[in-house]
Design a protein around this ligand. Structure first.
Ligand code: GLN
Length: 446
C-alpha cells in the first residue's frame, strides 16, 4: 500500500501532519469487499488521497498547521471530503501547509518544514506544499490543495506535478478554513492531467452550504481530454515574461508555446497592463479578509486557550501564543487597511485595482481561448533562502495572484527542467468556468 512508500520517504519529505492509517485500511478493505461482491465502484474507489490540513475532516485533527488549532477536531467533513468519501476514495492523511495557507514555501508551517521530493534541500513551494510533495513522492495518488494566490499551482510547479485552481465558485468551500474568502478555491494536485480532470468531476458542483458556489451543469471533464487543439488561440501576456522571471523558466515556457503551435494552435503576444499592480492589491485584500476571518480564534470556541486571569488577557495571550509571525503580520496589515480613515486609501483602492485586473483578462479573452505564462518566476529555492524576507516570498506568486483576483481557473503542469534538473511549471489560464479548454490544452501538451 501507499503506507509502504510513506514508511520509506516520509521521514525525509515530511508531507503529512496527520496520518489516518487505520481508517484508510478499513476503507480500502470495504472497497475490496465491494469488488469481491462484483459491485460496481467509482474510478476513485480505493485511491489514496492527501487532504490539505485546512479542510475539515470529522474527528480528524484539522490544524491549518497552526498552534492555535493544534487540538481541533471538526465535527463534520468539508463538502469536498464528503464527496470524495462518497466515491470510496481513501484519505491517507492530512497534508502540511503554511500556517493558515499564508506563504509560498511551507516554511511558515507551525509544525514542520516539508521538503521537495525532487531535491530535499529545497522547499516544495506553498502553501499546499505538503499536498504537492505527497503526490510527487508517491505518498498519495491525488491530493487536494487550496489556492488563494497560487497555493495549488506554485507548489505543483516546484514539485513537477499538475495542479488546478478552479474558477471561483466551481468547488464548494464549505468546511475549508477561511483565509481570504473572496479568493480561496479548492482544487486537485495530481500526477497527470487525466487524474486532474477525473478529480474535478467529483469535487465540482453547487453546494447549498456555500452561497458562493455556482449552480450550473457540471460537464464530464474527462471528455476534454482530446489531442485536438487545431485553431486554438493562445495569448501570451508579455507582462509575465518581464524582470524577475528566470531566463531558464522563460525559455522553457516559450518552447512549450512553440510545441503547442506545432500541434495546431496559434499564439500572439498580448498585454495585461494592470498586472504590475496585482500583487499590491492582493496584499491589501487578502490580509484584510484574513484579519476578519481569523478574529474567531479567541480561545473561547475552539483550539488553544492560554491560561490567564481574565477574559481580555486570555484573548491576547491565546493569539500571541497561537499564531506564528506571518499570520500576525497579515492580521496587522489587514486590520490597518480596514481601519477607519485608511479604508478608502487602501482597501477601496485595492478593490478598484482588482476590477481593472479583471477587465484586462476580460479584454484578452475576447480574442484568446487561453493565456499562457510561467507559473512561478523561479524553480524551487533552497530551504531558508527567503524565509527571513516576506517581500521576496510574496514575489513568488506574481504570476498566479492576478488569476485569483479575477476569479479565473488556471492549471500548472511540468514543461521541462532547469540546469539543475528542477521542474519548471507551465501556467494555462482560462475563461471563467472554462476548465474544459484548459484541460484540453494541458492534455495535448502532455
Ligand atoms: N503565497 C500567497 C500568500 O501567502 C498565496 C497563498 C495561497 O494561495 N494560499 O498569500
Amino acid at each position: 500500500s501507499v503506507y509502504n512508500q510513506i514508511e520509506e520517504v516520509e521521514s525525509d519529505v515530511q508531507a503529512y501532519v496527520t496520518l489516518t492509517k487505520e481508517d484508510a485500511l478499513q476503507r480500502a478493505k470495504e472497497v475490496d469487499q465491494k469488488l469481491a461482491n462484483g459491485e460496481e465502484v467509482s474510478p476513485l474507489a480505493g485511491i489514496p488521497i492527501a487532504i490539505k490540513d485546512n479542510m475539515s475532516t470529522a474527528g480528524v485533527k484539522t490544524t491549518c498547521s497552526s498552534e492555535i488549532l493544534h487540538n481541533y477536531k471538526p465535527p463534520f467533513d468539508a463538502t469536498v471530503v464528503e464527496k470524495l468519501f462518497a466515491e470510496d476514495a481513501v484519505m491517507v492523511g492530512k497534508a502540511n501547509m503554511d500556517e493558515f495557507a499564508m506563504g509560498s514555501s511551507t516554511e511558515n508551517s507551525g509544525i514542520q518544514v516539508t521538503k521537495n521530493p525532487c531535491d530535499l534541500e529545497r522547499v516544495p513551494g506553498g502553501s499546499s506544499g505538503g499536498s504537492a510533495a505527497a503526490v510527487a513522492a508517491g505518498e498519495a495518488t491525488i491530493a487536494l490543495g487550496s489556492d488563494t494566490g497560487g497555493s495549488i499551482r506554485q507548489p505543483a510547479s516546484f514539485c513537477g506535478v499538475v495542479g488546478l485552481k478552479p474558477t471561483y465558485g466551481l468547488v464548494s468551500r464549505y468546511g475549508l478554513v477561511a483565509f481570504a474568502s473572496s479568493l480561496d478555491q479548492i482544487g486537485p494536485i495530481t500526477k497527470d492531467v487525466t487524474d486532474c480532470a477525473l478529480t474535478l468531476n467529483y469535487i465540482a458542483g453547487h453546494d447549498q452550504y456555500d452561497s458562493t458556489s455556482v449552480e450550473r451543469e457540471i460537464p464530464d471533464y474527462t471528455k476534454s481530454l482530446t489531442e485536438d487543439i487545431a485553431g486554438l488561440k493562445i495569448g501570451v501576456p508579455k507582462e509575465y515574461f518581464g524582470e524577475g522571471i528566470d531566463e531558464e523558466v522563460k525559455k522553457s515556457v516559450w518552447e512549450a508555446i512553440e510545441q503547442l503551435e506545432e500541434l495546431g494552435a496559434e499564439y500572439e503576444e498580448v498585454s495585461l497592463p494592470h498586472t504590475e499592480y496585482a500583487l499590491s492589491a492582493y496584499y491589501l485584500i487578502a490580509p484584510a479578509e484574513a484579519s476578519s476571518n481569523l478574529a474567531r480564534y479567541d480561545g473561547v470556541r475552539y483550539g488553544l486557550r492560554s491560561e490567564s486571569n481574565g477574559l481580555i488577557d486570555m484573548f491576547k495571550e491565546t493569539r500571541e501564543e497561537g499564531f506564528g509571525d506571518e499570520v500576525k503580520r497579515r492580521i496587522m496589515l489587514g486590520t490597518y487597511a480596514l481601519s477607519s480613515g485608511y479604508y478608502d486609501a487602501y482597501y477601496k483602492k485595492a478593490q478598484k485595482v482588482r476590477t481593472l485586473v479583471r477587465e484586462d483578462f476580460d479584454q484578452a479573452f475576447k480574442e484568446y481561448d487561453v493565456l499562457i505564462s510561467p507559473t512561478s518566476p523561479t524553480t524551487a529555492f533552497e530551504v531558508g533562502d527567503k524565509s527571513d524576507d516576506p517581500l521576496e516570498m510574496y514575489l513568488s506568486d506574481i504570476c498566479t495572484i492576478p488569476v485569483n483576483l479575477a476569479g479565473l481557473p488556471a492549471l500548472s503542469m511540468p514543461c521541462g527542467t532547469d540546469e539543475q534538473g528542477l521542474p519548471i511549471g507551465l501556467h494555462i489560464i482560462g475563461q471563467a468556468f472554462d476548465e474544459e479548454t484548459i484541460l484540453q490544452v494541458a492534455y495535448a501538451f502532455e
